[in-house]
Design a protein around this ligand. Structure first.
Ligand SMILES: C[S@@+](CC[C@H](N)C(=O)[O-])C[C@H]1O[C@@H](n2cnc3c(N)ncnc32)[C@H](O)[C@@H]1O
Length: 196
């Protein structure tokens, strides 16, 4: 590991607007969605309830208490199309090749810069995403904030564009005006990558 960075059990539910994020993804309603590094899974649950009622959502995290809680939630709410998966994304999610239409990684990717696993993770995201699918990375902008990861492990959209292009994934959309309002501007960027 290059730099220790712990983020198990954290959630963006208190500071990001899930509708602002999910509206960016232009769902039709029957997609297979993956919330990669889902934490409490609030994005996957919101997506199933309001955006993809005919679809399904994989909620993947390597923190077992989060996955146990999501399995309990699934049972209590008869949410059959929620599929919680305990897995380390850098080692493989176990989900089939080309099976995901829209994959969102929200406030997670910076952790793989810290651990030096960005290439493995991009390959796994690419493997599970179908040819016409979208890989959506939303993360903290590369300046100091009172919360979030240290600036050294944040990446700029340009850095991510270069990194993903090494895996034949091209940036097809960039929104740098999303997230919380801070004195410096908005807190986040959202990038969509597609297969070339
Ligand atoms: C800052 S939290 C964000 C959670 C959620 N995406 C959100 O925005 O509310 C980062 C999440 O990524 C998960 N995570 C970190 N490394 C992971 C890995 N290698 N594989 C799967 N999940 C991972 C953590 O357990 C944590 O739940």
């Amino acid at each position: 590991m290059i730099m220790e960075h712990r983020h198990h059990g954290k959630s963006s539910v208190g500071f990001l607007d899930s509708d602002e994020i999910l509206c960016e993804l232009n769902f039709k309603g029957n997609e297979t969605f993956m919330d990669a590094g889902c934490g409490d899974g609030h994005i996957a649950i919101k997506a199933l309830r309001d955006y993809i009622p005919e679809g399904r959502a994989y909620a993947v995290d390597n923190y077992l208490p989060s996955i146990d809680a999501l399995n309990d939630y699934k049972k209590e709410n008869n949410l059959e199309n929620l599929i919680p998966i305990e897995a380390d994304i850098a080692e493989g999610t176990g989900v089939g090749d080309d099976s995901v239409d829209v994959l969102l990684m929200l406030n997670v990717f910076h952790g793989f810069k810290a651990s030096g696993q960005m290439d493995e993770v991009i390959e796994e995201l690419k493997r599970v995403t179908c040819d016409e699918g979208k890989i959506v990375i939303m993360d903290f902008k590369q300046f100091e904030m009172e919360y979030g990861p240290p600036v050294e492990i944040k990446s700029s959209p340009g850095e991510l564009g270069e990194l993903f292009s090494n895996h034949n994934l091209k940036m097809t959309y960039l929104n740098e005006d999303i997230g919380q309002n801070l004195d410096e501007g908005k807190s986040h960027y959202l990038i969509i990558f597609e297969k070339e």
